[in-house]
Design a protein around this ligand. Structure first.
Ligand SMILES: N[C@@H](CCC(=O)N[C@@H](CS)C(=O)NCC(=O)O)C(=O)O
Length: 243
């Protein structure tokens, strides 16, 4: 019998790891959150770093998050969500709809890159303080053009599928991913998000339905939830929240 999953992701930042966590939590799948464990228990930054440096056993990965089950190793957030979704009834069964859910998760991944670029437009390896000027030029376009464009796209997808879920007939990992992306936008860009989301009531309603699902509601108030902060993808820098 396979052992429980291991999620390998950097401690203390929600980042892309939280997208995988939400799927595991909604699936009620047992998992060991390796980055959150103490180093003495084989966890923490050192354990995650071993994957990043390619020192782990099994299939090589480029970057966390990583999902492991015994000797099976998988990276890339969207691929992990698709894999878990198919296993735990959080992907549509129909082939086309399953691929659409994956495509939506990849689109969310695109949004994450752009959100990260607002505070790190030059390099992820430099401090924010070293690229503040460029960030002040980069962020307004994201806030005024890209947040509305992404939200309106998801609104259209939702409407096209009947208004309840993004694709297929039941909740999928794509709906969970949209919830986390919307939470991040609302945290990092409260002004810009409020303005843009006024035109996307369907997306807001979907996110509320996700928040109220019993397993998600329990997770969100648990210690397993990693709050947004100024070290992750979605950072609240008020000077960047101007469209
Ligand atoms: N496309 C990848 C991106 C992975 C990624 O950028 N991971 C970040 C943390 S959120 C990281 O650890 N990057 C280190 C690196 O790129 O070397 C995914 O969606 O999983």
């Amino acid at each position: 019998m396979p052992t429980s999953y291991e999620l390998i992701y950097w401690p203390r930042i929600p980042g892309r790891g939280e997208f995988v966590r939400l799927v595991l939590e909604e699936a009620a799948a047992p998992y060991r959150d390796v980055g959150q464990l103490a180093e003495g228990e084989g966890g923490g930054t050192a354990a995650v770093m071993a994957y990043w440096e390619g020192k782990h056993e099994g299939h090589p990965v480029f970057a966390p998050p990583v999902l492991r089950q015994d000797e099976h190793v998988l990276s890339q957030t969207a691929a992990i969500c698709d894999f878990l979704g198919a296993r735990h009834d959080l992907s549509p069964r129909d082939d086309l709809a399953r691929s659409q859910a994956l495509a939506l998760q990849l689109t969310i991944g695109d949004l994450l890159v752009e959100a990260h670029d607002t505070h790190h437009p030059i390099s992820a390896w430099l401090y924010y303080e070293d690229q503040r000027e460029e960030a002040r030029r980069r962020a307004p376009h994201f806030v005024s053009e890209r947040i509305p464009r992404y939200l309106q796209y998801f609104e259209r997808v939702l409407r096209h599928n009947g208004g309840e879920v993004l694709t297929g007939e039941g909740l999928s990992h794509a709906d969970l991913g949209l919830f986390q992306a919307v939470e991040g936008l609302a945290y990092a860009f409260p002004r810009g998000f409020a303005k843009a989301s006024a035109a996307t009531p369907g997306v807001l309603a979907l996110c509320e339905r996700v928040r109220e699902r019993p397993r998600i509601a329990e997770f969100l108030t648990s210690e397993r939830r990693t709050p947004f902060n100024e070290e992750g993808i979605f950072r609240r820098y008020p000077e960047l929240d101007a469209g």
